[in-house]
Design a protein around this ligand. Structure first.
Ligand code: ADP
Length: 490
C-alpha cells in the first residue's frame, strides 16, 4: 500500500482513514500488508514508536542523487508494517500538501521523489509483491513505473497495480516543465497517457496505467464517468469502465464507536444513547461556552472548509436561521481562508446559538459526533464521506445531499422507508439553500415533535454495520482480478 497519508500518522481527510484501516483489516484476514508513506514532521505525534532501519539509498531525481532513509513502525495488535521514506528537505514541513498560503510549489518534485523512493524501498526490502495498491494522485506514478518497468526493479515483474480514487477533484496537475521530475520517458507525455491539455496530470497517469481502478462508492463510480462530475477525466474513466469498481469505505469501529470512545465523557450504545448523548452534550456545551439547551436540536458539522463541502449553502441558511429558528449549531473545520472569515463573521452575529472552532481536532470531532442530534453534510459532491457513517453509529442522523457515497449510505426518512424501518437520515436532492432548508427543517421537526420516529431513525442507524470487513472482501476480489489481468499481460 503506497499512500501520502494514513491514520494514525498523518491525516488531512478520509484518504488517511482508509489507508490506515484497510491494511489492518486485510492483515487480520491473513494477508501480509506493508504500507509505505512519507516521513512527515508530525508522524511522531501518533504515540507509536518509529525507529530508523539500516536501509538507506540514493534516489535519482531528475539526474541528481537524493538520499532517502527508511524508518519503520509497527502498530499494536497488528502484523501491518509501516515504512516511512525520510528526506527532510521534502517532508519535514508544517503541512502535507500545503500551508495556509497555498500548495507547496514543489509538490510534483516531492511526490515524484516519494514514488521513486518507495519503489526502491520495496526493492531493498526484497518483498514479493502481489499487489501494489496506490491512492490518489500523490502515489499515482507507481502504476506507471510498474507498467513501463521504469527503474527496472525486480518486484515490478510480479506486481499487479490498483489505484483508488478518493477524490477526483484533486488530480496533481502540473505544468509540463515539471514533467522531468517524474523520471518517465517523454514518449509517455501524450494525450492518451500522462498529458492533459498540455499539462502533466498524475491522476490520469494512474488511471491509464493501473491494472484495476476503484473508487469509494458505487454512485461516485457512475458519477465520475459523466461530463458534469468527471472533472475532465470522464473520458478516460469511460474508456476504463470495465476495470472500475465502486467500494464504499468502511468505518474503523475500534476508533469510531460511542460504546468505547475514550474521547467521550460518557460512552453509550443503542440502549443508552439518550443519557449518553445528553451527558456528552452537557460537557461539550461547557467546553465550547454555549448554554446547555437539550430541548433544541444541536446541529453538528465537521469537515474541511472547502467548496466541495457545501458551505455556500450552510452559511446563507445559518444567517437566516440563527436568530429565528430554535436550534443550536456546532462547527469544526479548517481550510480556505475565505470560509474562515465568513464563518468567523457568522459566529460574531450568532451569539450563543453557534459554537465555532476553526482548527483540526480529532478529539473535538469525536465529541461533536456524540453530542449533536443532527449531523449536517450537504456536500456539493462526495466520493464516499466518512462523517455521515460515523454519525450513524453515534446516533446522530445525518442530513445529506443526494450525491456519491451519501446516497449509498443514508436512507431518507420518507413515509415508505419509515414503514419499512430502514430510514436512517434525511436526504435532499436539489443543490440549493431552499432544498437544504426544507430537509433540515423536516429533521428538526421530527426531532422536536415525533420522539418515537426519532428513536426509530437513531436506532436503525446505530445498528447498521459499515465495518471494514465488507469492504475488505470487495477489495480482495478486485485484487484477484488485478492479478489475473497482470498475468494475461505478461
Ligand atoms: P474528506 O476526505 O473529503 O475530507 P470525509 O468525510 O471522507 O471527507 O473524511 C473526513 C475525515 O476528516 C473525517 O474523519 C473527519 O472527522 C475528519 N476531519 C475533517 N475536518 C476535521 C477537523 N477540522 N478536525 C478533526 N477532524 C476532521
Amino acid at each position: 500500500m503506497f499512500t501520502s497519508e494514513a491514520v494514525p500518522f498523518a491525516k488531512t481527510g478520509g484518504l488517511a482513514d482508509v489507508s490506515g484501516a484497510l491494511p489492518l483489516e486485510l492483515a487480520a484476514r491473513g494477508h501480509r500488508c506493508i504500507v509505505v508513506m512519507p516521513a512527515y514532521r508530525h508522524i511522531y505525534k501518533a504515540g507509536i514508536d518509529i525507529r530508523p532501519t539500516d536501509i538507506g539509498f540514493a534516489v535519482q531525481v531528475s539526474g541528481r542523487a537524493v538520499a532517502a532513509r527508511l524508518l519503520k513502525a509497527e502498530v499494536p495488535n497488528s502484523s501491518v508494517e509501516f515504512y516511512f521514506v525520510d528526506q527532510p528537505h521534502y517532508f519535514d514541513r508544517q503541512g502535507i500538501y500545503n500551508e495556509i498560503s497555498g500548495d507547496y510549489r514543489d509538490n510534483c518534485e516531492r511526490f515524484s521523489f516519494f514514488c521513486a523512493a518507495a519503489a526502491q524501498a520495496v526493492e531493498c526490502l526484497g518483498i514479493d509483491v502481489d499487489i501494489a495498491h496506490v491512492h490518489d494522485w500523490p502515489t499515482a506514478l507507481i502504476p506507471a513505473y510498474v507498467a513501463t518497468q521504469h527503474g527496472g526493479h525486480r518486484w515490478y515483474q510480479r506486481a499487479a497495480t490498483v489505484i483508488t480514487i478518493h477524490n477526483l477533484a484533486y488530480q496533481g496537475r502540473f505544468h509540463s516543465s515539471d514533467y522531468h521530475w517524474t523520471g518517465m520517458d517523454w514518449k509517455y507525455f501524450n494525450y492518451r497517457q500522462m498529458e492533459y491539455y498540455g499539462d502533466l496530470n498524475l491522476m490520469k497517469t494512474g488511471l491509464v496505467f493501473a491494472d484495476r481502478l476503484t473508487t469509494v462508492s458505487h454512485t461516485y463510480a457512475k458519477e465520475i464517468q459523466t461530463a458534469e462530475n468527471g472533472f475532465g477525466l470522464d473520458g478516460v474513466l469511460r474508456e476504463r469502465a470495465d476495470r472500475l469498481t465502486g467500494i464504499v469505505n468502511g468505518v474503523d469501529y475500534h476508533i469510531w464507536d460511542p460504546a468505547k470512545d475514550p474521547h467521550l465523557p460518557k460512552t453509550y450504545d443503542v440502549h443508552s444513547w439518550r443519557d449518553g448523548k445528553a451527558e456528552c452534550r452537557r460537557q461539550l456545551s461547557d467546553e465550547l461556552g454555549i448554554p446547555f439547551e437539550p430541548h433544541l436540536p444541536l446541529i453538528g458539522l465537521v469537515g474541511r472548509l472547502a467548496d466541495q463541502k457545501g458551505w455556500d449553502l450552510v452559511i446563507p441558511l445559518m444567517h437566516k436561521w440563527v436568530h429565528h429558528y430554535p436550534a443550536q449549531w456546532v462547527i469544526l473545520g479548517t481550510g480556505d481562508a475565505r470560509y474562515h472569515e465568513s464563518l468567523g463573521y457568522l459566529a460574531s452575529q450568532a451569539g450563543h446559538r453557534l459554537a465555532l472552532r476553526l482548527e483540526f481536532s480529532d478529539r473535538l470531532a469525536h465529541r461533536i459526533e456524540a453530542a449533536s442530534d443532527i449531523f449536517l453534510m450537504p456536500s456539493r459532491f462526495e466520493p464516499c464521506g466518512l462523517n455521515q457513517l460515523y454519525s450513524l453509529k453515534y446516533g446522530t442522523p445525518p442530513v445529506v445531499h443526494a450525491v456519491g457515497g451519501l446516497v449509498d449510505t443514508v436512507t431518507h426518512a420518507s413515509a415508505e422507508n419509515l414503514a419499512a424501518r430502514s430510514a436512517t437520515g434525511f436526504v435532499f436532492h436539489h443543490y440549493s439553500v431552499e432544498a437544504l432548508e426544507h430537509c433540515l427543517h423536516q429533521a428538526c421537526e421530527v426531532f422536536r415533535h415525533q420522539p418515537d420516529t426519532w428513536k426509530q431513525i437513531v436506532e436503525t442507524g446505530m445498528q447498521q454495520d459499515w465495518s471494514w470487513l465488507r469492504s475488505a472482501r470487495e477489495y480482495e476480489s478486485v485484487y484477484s482480478q488485478a492479478i489475473s489481468d497482470r498475468q494475461q499481460r505478461t
